[in-house]
Write a protein that binds this ligand. Structure first.
Ligand code: EPZ
Length: 436
């Protein structure tokens, strides 16, 4: 079975370049088919969630060109009426953006219920509330299909009961070609919400206020082709920053927007790391043992839930006791049992983890329970003494492009292997200190 083998203990050092944001790309590629002209999207990360969404777009007849690894040219002119459903669509979360884009464009969408990481209930009631406010009827047809239809869509005033990235993005897509004005209150402010709005505006939409609590949309008749480059992935960047800190390394993260990373850099500074920012890079130096702190996940600009496992791995090595509170998803501490196998002293009570820092982790055989927790456990293995094997790496490949390769370029001993023989060879290379 494919897994990573890691020999821990090397401080990471050097430079790593960050890919385009997976969660922005999922929304933007789904929105791209709203034009009947070619739309070029650059800086798309090469990860399995994106390939699944593009596969779904191809399946419903969308034109897909892939001129280079990070560029797609999509054309919605050839889309045919029919359900969006296959095994990959049901596995990812981002497929639900096709409900908003198809409803907005064709006044009809039939899409399999989304999957995604198992980190909590993840209802879609706020998406449905928004579609209904615009005039659509929404039903859950069997087996597991969402059907949204409207004679016409009319602008509306929508107040979101919870701050939801997915619902905000979906309602924006459904509203851009609705008749009249839409106001979304209590909207999500994440960088990828802003990126989606900028992208749609470059196609002729009229969206204002993205990045604030209130988004205002004036409906337009049609959208046109465009060329657009996706923003860098703040969570991928954060993951490398925290891996640098866990291994007491010195790493410069390039192709980032430092403003998007502030909630994560602030915590590193509290823990005793040195941070140097430039226009598009951040350097992290962790010269000594980290200090404990407390953290609570919150919608942007608060500390992201997608970095909660990574910060817990750091706090597990910090001096003193730290408290981590998860306020977005109710089932995001599943990795703590795996981390405990590596020697972490971590106790979960409800939505809180109480962590007593230990001096060192030791290598272990562990499984990734989901995407971000999987990356966090790899970070723990890089910091640990001895060898680790990490299984279920398909979760990690959903969202991290070239994860082992990028870590190796920073001096880590990590290899993806598929047999005992490959593992033996990798371990020999590590012992000869030949990284790769
Ligand atoms: C997006 O999920 C991301 N996924 C997640 O990234 C991320 O963790 C999350 O936003 C929070 O930042 C994608 O962009 C594809 P939400 P999403 O709607 O849209 C509740 C990763 O690792 N809620 O902002 O599903 C919900 O239960 C993944 O890359 C409702 O109650 O998250 C949660 O408590 C994992 N009703 C809160 O809102 C709804 O209709 C925020 O969820 C919708 C959401």
């Amino acid at each position: 079975m494919e897994h990573y083998v890691v020999k821990g203990g090397n401080p990471l050092s050097g430079e790593v370049e960050i890919a385009g944001a997976k969660n922005a790309a999922l929304a933007i590629l789904a929105a791209a088919i709203m034009a009947n002209e070619p739309v070029t999207v650059e800086n798309v990360p090469d990860v399995s969630d994106i390939r699944a969404l593009v596969g779904a777009i191809e399946q419903i007849g969308g034109g897909v060109e892939h001129p280079d690894r990070h560029t797609y040219i999509l054309n919605g002119a050839t889309i045919v009426d029919g359900p969006v459903d296959n095994e990959a669509v049901r596995r990812i979360r981002g497929s639900y953006y096709l409900i908003g884009s198809l409803l907005g464009k064709y006044r009809k969408a039939e899409v399999a219920l989304p999957g995604g990481c198992n980190i909590g209930l993840r209802p879609i009631d706020q998406h449905i509330k928004g579609f209904r406010a615009l005039g659509a009827s929404v039903s859950l047809a069997s087996p597991g299909m969402v059907v949204a239809k409207a004679q016409e869509l009319n602008g509306s005033h929508i107040y979101m009961d919870v701050v939801s990235v997915g619902a905000t993005i979906n309602i924006v897509m459904a509203a851009v070609m609705a008749r009249g004005n839409t106001i979304i209150e209590n909207a999500a402010k994440e960088p990828h919400v802003v990126d989606l709005a900028n992208f749609l505006n470059s196609m002729g939409a009229r969206i204002r206020g993205a990045g604030t609590d209130v988004i205002r949309i004036k409906g337009v008749e049609r959208l046109h082709g465009t060329e657009y480059s996706i923003i860098p992935d703040q969570i991928e960047a954060g993951t490398y920053m925290y891996a640098a800190a866990a291994t007491r390394g010195d790493v410069t993260i390039t192709n980032v927007i430092p403003k998007h990373l502030e909630c994560m850099t602030a915590k590193l500074i509290e823990m005793g790391c040195e941070i140097t920012e430039s226009d598009d890079s951040v350097r992290i130096v962790a010269a000594r043992r980290l200090e404990h702190t407390n953290v609570k996940t919150l919608p942007y600009p608060g500390f992201p839930t997608d970095m909660q496992p990574q910060i817990s791995v750091l706090l597990g090595l910090a001096r003193g006791t730290s408290i981590v509170t998860e306020s977005i998803f109710e089932n995001r501490f599943k990795y703590t049992d795996e981390l405990a196998k590596m020697g972490a002293a971590i106790r979960v009570e409800g939505n809180t983890a109480i962590i007593d820092g230990v001096e060192n982790y030791t290598g272990a055989n562990i499984s990734a329970p989901d995407l971000r927790a999987g990356a966090a456990l790899v970070t723990a293995a890089l910091a640990a003494s001895g060898y680790s094997e990490i299984y279920d790496i398909h979760f990690i490949e959903r969202g991290y492009e070239d994860f082992p390769e990028k870590l190796r370029s920073l001096g880590a001993c990590i290899a993806k292997v598929d047999s005992a023989e490959e593992e033996r060879k990798a371990v020999n290379r590590f012992n000869l200190r030949v990284v790769g």
